[in-house]
Design a protein around this ligand. Structure first.
Ligand code: PLP
Length: 419
């Protein structure tokens, strides 16, 4: 039986008074109530077992699971264990294909360093709105491996045009990287369009990589159906983990040997051989040096709650709440930058407003928590702890503030984006 969505409101700790409306899931999710318990477990394992915790700790994450029996969980294997037990269900991925990572930046660096990518061509196709951890990595690696960024511009409305991406793919393409949900617009690329990109990339022998930072945890994903080779993302936001909690899926049979390598990616780490020997499990080659285990203790507490509720239910709930914003947008003193079409929208809604930084800070004084970008955009993401009443209160206060201009003379102590 799945958990009712209403019960999730209290499964997370919400800052501020009871009437506060927290709409920042897309920037840093709320803390699941079980996090302090899990951090206590880390302290107990460390103090009680010392170095032996690397080989074995109790399975705090999935005590009842048969495939997660106590024998196979230790700090060495935790990134793979969490990948199998929690990330694979998020992505509809098979056992053995997912692993925890420190951040998307590291995963991207590993991909760009792999000779199996460079052998496929000399260009990386990406859109200009790709996240900096992706975009900047591609730009920097150009000097190291000659892979040229082939950047596809967006039309004036700012949404990605998948046809333009497909047109850019050719015999020179080594890799295509797209965000499943764009962080500047909240635009979700529909599954059929992603599949078309995958087919176009594969027809040219290129890899298809998705940055799913804002999609995993917000709606069900089936990596096989999308035809994607690599799906990376993080749990800091809607996944309600914290920093150090990102992940990657690598399609079964995909051979990659990142040149960025460390002893945790080695087949025989304790042989201390002179030359690197890539681990036979390809995903383990993405481990690099010693895993930072502390943040893995609480990494999946949000994912656990979302999976228990069901990602279909999570998606339906957030779509209902975002529809309230869309329904009121025509009459409101702001315009929508995000797509309105349910097929193309995510939890993230981006509104265009005057003096966005001051507005965001003023709204905080009214206990409406959003964030701002470029002093033009107010971003909000209704999530599992929000209710319809939250959305109406947030929109009432926002509309009144924009109409009276109350924020214009407001002098916040800090102004501008937080993360
Ligand atoms: C689309 C997207 N990718 C990646 C990241 C984070 O990248 P990293 O894990 O390298 O910090 C973010 C963070 O906001 C993001 O929005």
């Amino acid at each position: 039986m799945s958990t009712p969505i209403a019960s999730l409101r209290d499964a997370f700790v919400r800052p501020g008074p009871d009437e506060a409306v927290e709409l920042r899931a897309f920037t840093h999710g709320l803390m699941p109530r079980r996090v302090p318990t899990m951090m206590q477990r880390f302290a107990e394992d460390w103090s009680g077992r010392g170095v032996d915790a690397w080989n074995h700790v109790p399975n705090h994450w999935q005590p009842a699971a048969t495939n997660g029996s106590e024998e196979n969980v230790g700090w060495w294997t935790l990134p793979m264990f969490l990948g199998d037990a929690f990330i694979a269900p998020l992505l509809g991925a098979p056992h053995g294909t997912c692993i925890m990572q420190p951040h998307v930046h590291w995963t991207m660096q590993c991909l760009l360093s792999a000779p199996e990518v460079i052998e496929r061509g000399n260009e990386v196709v990406l859109v200009d709105s790709a996240f900096p951890s992706v975009k900047h990595s591609v730009h920097r690696w150009q000097a190291l491996n000659g892979l040229t960024p082939a950047v596809v511009d967006r039309p004036a409305h700012g949404h990605v045009d998948v046809e333009r991406v497909i047109d850019r793919i050719g015999a020179d393409t080594a890799m295509v990287v797209l965000s499943h949900v764009g962080f500047t617009t909240g635009q979700r690329i529909p599954d059929r369009e992603l599949r078309a990109v995958a087919d176009a990339a594969h027809a040219q022998g290129a890899l298809f990589v998705i940055d799913g930072y804002h999609s995993a945890c917000t709606f069900p994903i089936q990596v096989d159906a999308l035809g994607v080779d690599v799906y990376m993302g993080g749990l800091l936001k809607e996944g309600c983990g914290s920093s150090g909690n990102s992940f990657v899926y690598l399609r079964e049979g995909l051979e990659l040997t990142p040149r960025l390598t460390g002893w945790f990616g080695n087949a025989e780490p304790f042989a201390f051989n002179d030359t690197p020997q890539p681990h036979p499990d390809v995903r383990r080659r993405f481990l690099g040096g010693t895993t930072a285990v502390a943040s893995l203790y609480h990494a999946v507490e949000g994912v656990r709650l979302l999976l228990e509720a069901g990602l279909d239910t999570v998606h339906a709930h957030t779509q209902r709440l975002s529809q309230i914003v869309i329904d009121r947008a025509d009459e409101a003193p702001f315009s929508m930058r995000s797509p309105r079409d349910p097929d193309q929208r995510s939890t993230l809604l981006v509104l265009e407003v005057p003096e966005a930084h001051k507005l965001c800070e003023y709204l905080k004084t009214q206990h409406i928590y959003t964030d701002s970008r470029k002093n033009r955009f107010l971003r909000m993401a209704p999530f599992v702890w929000n209710t319809k009443a939250d959305m109406h209160r947030a929109l009432d206060v926002l509309t009144e503030t924009l109409e009276t201009g109350a924020h214009r003379d407001f002098a916040p102590e800090t102004s501008g984006p937080v993360t």
